[in-house]
Design a protein around this ligand. Structure first.
Ligand code: ARG
Length: 283
């Protein structure tokens, strides 16, 4: 390294230009956010939460997406469903088809029908799920391929279901660290060919697949992953990330992306970050 840490990093000439594509996303204002049960290691009902602060932080994410030119749809939050803000879990949407969610834990199960009602009312072709799955928390589209997580939440049978619903290749990846219980806490999709991930979140077989398919992937540090830094949302150029994920930010910049940090510390108390609050609607 001949440059100092603060010097701007010139993009290598071999690096492809990053292209932003306008996204359409579904979000849910955290009006009823709190932590009253524990279904992942991040949640501690004994710790206080500040719903007004959660709403302000969420609003910053919303405003960031607006400034990037995204179309943002909103689903009404429901009193008594504090995790509904994590819209990524509400389903998986490609080609105007919305594969509904069927939640693992009873506390979140009513969210499945609530999101499916919204999809129906907004013109999506809804497919009721036969298997437990938590939507885009565990299904990530990279180019034409669907990466599918299992191990903590979505059942592996849901991967077969998704493959038949969309007629696309589905690659099963097994998560092994309870802190990274959804695929979107362990992998960030940067564009149609590039991802970032946390190697230690996966079993050996899954790691072998990731290394083979994505030899140039960004590998994030445990430190960045420990604040859910991977839980980010990219339009192909702009990558909205946790503001504290500083090494991830550096790596993104070096590769020609434009990282934009936001602070969702309050929503981290529920075990979610940027991506969890974002469901992409692909019509
Ligand atoms: N408290 C929620 C749960 O445990 C957080 C969900 C985070 N969402 C995500 N897409 N990773 O289910």
């Amino acid at each position: 390294m001949t440059t100092s840490a603060t010097a701007p990093t010139a993009a290598p000439s071999t690096q492809p230009a990053r292209v932003a594509t306008k996204r359409t996303v579904l979000m849910c204002r955290p009006d009823f956010f709190t932590v009253v049960y524990r279904i992942n290691p991040w949640m501690d009902p004994a710790l206080p939460t500040d719903t007004a602060l959660a709403v302000r932080q969420w609003q910053t994410l919303y405003d960031t997406y607006l400034s990037l030119g995204f179309d943002i749809e909103l689903i009404d939050p429901v009193d008594g469903l504090p995790d509904m803000v994590y819209a990524a879990n509400g389903g998986f949407v490609i080609d105007n088809i919305a594969y509904g969610a069927s939640f693992t834990y009873p506390q979140r199960q009513p969210e499945g029908p609530a999101y499916m009602d919204w999809f129906r009312a907004n013109g999506f072709d809804v497919r009721e799920p036969e298997n437990i799955n938590e939507g885009e928390g565990d299904f990530l589209l990279v180019g034409g391929v669907i990466l599918a997580g299992t191990g903590f939440r979505s059942a592996s049978h849901s991967h077969e279901e998704v493959s038949s619903v969309y007629g696309r290749e589905v690659v099963t990846l097994t998560l092994v660290d309870p802190n990274f219980y959804h695929l979107d806490t362990a992998i960030a999709v940067l564009d149609d060919t590039n991802i970032a991930y946390l190697p230690s979140a996966f079993d050996e077989a899954s790691l072998a697949i990731l290394r083979e398919r994505f030899p140039d992937a960004v590998l994030v540090t445990e430190v960045d992953a420990a604040i859910l830094g991977l839980n980010s949302f990219s339009d192909g150029y702009n990558v909205v990330i946790a503001s504290r994920a500083t090494d991830f930010e550096r790596q993104l910049r070096e590769r020609g992306y434009n990282p934009i940090g936001v602070d969702l510390s309050e929503l981290l108390l529920g075990g979610g970050g940027v991506k969890c609050c974002t469901l992409e609607l692909r019509r």
